[in-house]
Design a protein around this ligand. Structure first.
Ligand SMILES: *[C@@H]1O[C@H](CO)[C@@H](O)[C@H](O)[C@H]1NC(C)=O
Ligand SMILES: *[C@@H]1O[C@H](CO)[C@@H](O)[C@H](O)[C@H]1NC(C)=O
Ligand SMILES: *[C@@H]1O[C@H](CO)[C@@H](O)[C@H](O)[C@H]1NC(C)=O
Ligand SMILES: *[C@@H]1O[C@H](CO)[C@@H](O)[C@H](O)[C@H]1NC(C)=O
Length: 385
């Protein structure tokens, strides 16, 4: 018994010391989903980027614990690809200081099953596409509140944070997000108004709470361990120089590479922890698969009018597919203009074979976790799976 309580005291002390001594960077351990089927919607300001994860388990998502209003210990998906805090129906209980804004919000999203089995994750930008049929689309409605939002086991608490509470989904009844809801870290562009700061930017505005307005994610699916770092760059989590790229609206520019050789320059890329697989423009992905010797399969869905491209390769000889950050041309520009925030050299990061294999069959064929789609414009979304 004494040794047990000592261990607990030590653990607690170490945990407190951890972030008192280092001060600047607070590590928050994330937990991984355990395999419940789920779906998910995310938005980007007036544009709606949407992910629907139909009948797919939540094992590829990472969650942190938040207390929101009078609801404690909620499990919230950490999403770098969207901006707002959104909660499932029946999760939120307002605190005494809550303000119910009279403004409702409404989102629509499309669903596509590219493999016909209902196990595909698809994201679509539906802000720029007028006249796309509403067939097969799902609608989520809700109301906006302001309330206190605190990250459990830290000092990080934001009063009067805007949050969206979903009240209805059609066709229902499945809740839109796995677990209790989703916390967007992407800046800018809230669905609650362009000037509305999200939780992390609200935190950054508090005097002397963070050394730097920066966060980082370190995900290690193989060890089931992941951390969210708030307040700076945790240098112990990477080797060599950090590659930094410039944001251009919602994207950074990167190069697409096969076997370390660049085949496509300056692709507009969004890096998104809330999407499990990766999506690119269908012709660029075709080019990538061809260059890598990956057999490709095109599928057209006549209901949603969407064409998708899947790639299949032998699991025992995975191709080397990678993305270079910043793009070579951005690095050259930064060097010639002596811009110090963007790296002056580009580095290609190859996908780990385990991350490239989305699933495998009995014959040793693997389906690539990169897919092409004809409805996403010219941009790529790199998921974290
Ligand atoms: C929060 O919820 C999880 C899952 O239900 C539980 O394991 C954990 O003990 C809870 N933590 C607190 C502080 O209540
Ligand atoms: C096409 O998409 C719809 C809507 O998501 C889906 O119900 C249907 O099964 C898909 N058809 C095929 C052939 O994948
Ligand atoms: C969402 O709101 C819109 C507009 O107010 C309404 O037409 C629609 O029926 C609502 N959808 C659901 C699922 O409640
Ligand atoms: C899948 O595996 C079978 C048996 O090894 C092989 O004949 C077939 O060509 C493979 N398909 C692909 C797309 O690699």
């Amino acid at each position: 018994m004494p040794s047990l309580s000592l261990a607990i005291v030590l653990a607690v002390t170490l945990r407190v010391l951890d972030w008192r001594v280092e001060g600047a960077i607070v590590p928050v351990r994330l937990t991984r989903g355990q395999g419940i089927s789920s779906s998910q919607v995310t938005t980007h300001g007036s544009c709606r980027f949407v992910t629907l994860t139909a009948e797919r388990d939540d094992r590829d998502f990472w969650f942190a614990r938040f207390s929101i209003g009078a609801s404690r210990n909620l499990s919230i998906l950490i999403d770098t690809g969207s901006t707002d805090l959104l909660l499932n129906p029946d999760v939120y209980r307002p605190s005494k200081s809550a303000i119910a804004l009279s403004r409702p919000f409404s989102m629509r999203y499309g669903t596509v099953n590219s493999d016909g089995s209902g196990e595909e994750t698809v994201r679509r930008d539906i802000c720029s596409r007028e006249g796309v049929s509403d067939h097969g689309r799902t609608q989520v409605n809700g109301t906006v509140f302001q309330d206190t939002v605190s990250l459990d086991n830290t000092d990080f608490s934001v009063p009067l944070q805007s949050l969206g509470v979903t009240t209805s989904i059609s066709p229902g009844p499945r809740p839109p997000f796995p677990h209790d809801g989703l916390m967007g870290f992407f800046i800018p562009g809230s669905a609650f108004g362009e000037e509305v700061p999200n939780w992390f930017s609200s935190l950054c505005r508090q005097p002397s709470i963070l050394d730097e307005c920066r966060f980082g994610l370190a995900l290690e699916p193989s060890t089931e361990s992941a951390f969210l770092y708030l307040g700076g760059v945790e240098q112990s989590r990477y080797a060599g120089a950090l590659s930094t790229a410039a944001m251009h609206e919602r994207y950074v520019f990167g190069d697409v590479a096969v076997g370390g050789r660049i085949i496509h320059r300056d692709a507009a890329i969004m890096v998104d922890s809330g999407t499990t697989v990766s999506w690119g423009p269908i012709e660029s992905v075709q080019q990538l698969f061809d260059a890598a010797g990956i057999r490709s399969i095109r599928r057209h869905n006549s209901t949603t009018l969407t064409t998708t491209l899947d790639g299949v390769y032998p699991c025992d000889t995975p191709p080397r597919l990678g993305f270079g950050f910043p793009s070579v041309s951005n690095a050259l520009e930064a060097r010639s203009s002596r811009l110090s925030v963007v790296s002056h050299a580009s580095k290609v990061f190859d996908m780990l074979p385990a991350a490239l294999a989305e699933h495998s069959d009995d014959q040793g064929n693997c389906t690539a976790s990169i897919h092409g789609i004809d409805q996403e414009g010219d941009s790529w979304i790199l998921g974290q799976g």
